[in-house]
Design a protein around this ligand. Sequence first.
Ligand SMILES: Nc1ncnc2c1ncn2[C@@H]1O[C@H](COP(=O)(O)OP(=O)(O)OP(=O)(O)O)[C@@H](O)[C@H]1O
Length: 281
Amino acid sequence: MTASDPPLSRDPPLPDGASLPGSAPGLSAEALSLFRSGRAVLRACSFTLGAETPVAVLGANGAGKTSLLRVLLGLERPASGTVRLGGRALTELSRPMRARAMAYVPQYREKPPGFTVFQIVAQGRFPHGGLYRALSPRDRDEVEAALDIMTLSALRDRPCNTLSGGEYQRVLLARAVAQKTDILVLDEPLAALDYGHQRRFMALLSALAREGRLVIMTIHQPDLAFRHARRILLMQDGRLVADGPPERVLDSATLGAFWGVPLRHHDIGRDRFYTDPEEIR
Ligand SMILES: Nc1ncnc2c1ncn2[C@@H]1O[C@H](COP(=O)(O)OP(=O)(O)OP(=O)(O)O)[C@@H](O)[C@H]1O
């Protein structure tokens, strides 16, 4: 931050002891429930996110994964229960303060007309200085670094609505990286990425996690979750039905029963692969 930048926050600091061993404030869910159209989509979900990060949330389509992330971010209010960030109820924190703590990459996104790649990535700096302030030299450095990390420098002046799905996904990931938050909340971040970008982005997330950042993401592929996550939350019909290390939650007995399909897992080095034991080749 330069001397000319406005102060980052008028909010009081988070209380001592409310941070992770790195720099990230802890994030906890206490008995979260949410209803949509009269139907329960989150049912008494409780957990505390701490040093075991990245965290991967797995579950069938419609299990409530996106709903859980949205409630964690404060984008939706739960019918009951509390989200705490750094020990304080999310409802006590201003929107800019939440945006300085947590970056979000949503699952479905329309490509907005009228914005270049650079402009969208620069939106990640708004929580640090406001919508109407010119970018500071520090902001520009963060945007350039994020463009570089997501190999977007050559596309910087392209209108976003001319990008492919995977290119635009990288723009949104770059915006979250430029936001420089202690917590990253990612809804299926790998879905549209090619293999090379998947590998590079997951390596980046692992490096951020090692620095003490908290990463929570939804993911559908158990092999990718096994390789990259240190903790797995398994959701079924709005409930958390398993919470633990990948070695335990992502074993073939648990997952086979969960998905209702025959499954065998095979460990090779640090990786775990899944096959269908009944498949005839
Ligand atoms: N606007 C809405 N109105 C009514 N029901 C909704 C609405 N949005 C989501 N739902 C329902 O809430 C439930 C949870 O949806 P959610 O998007 O959280 O699931 P998900 O686990 O993220 O699924 P997916 O893996 O398909 O992304 C689903 O049954 C869905 O149909």
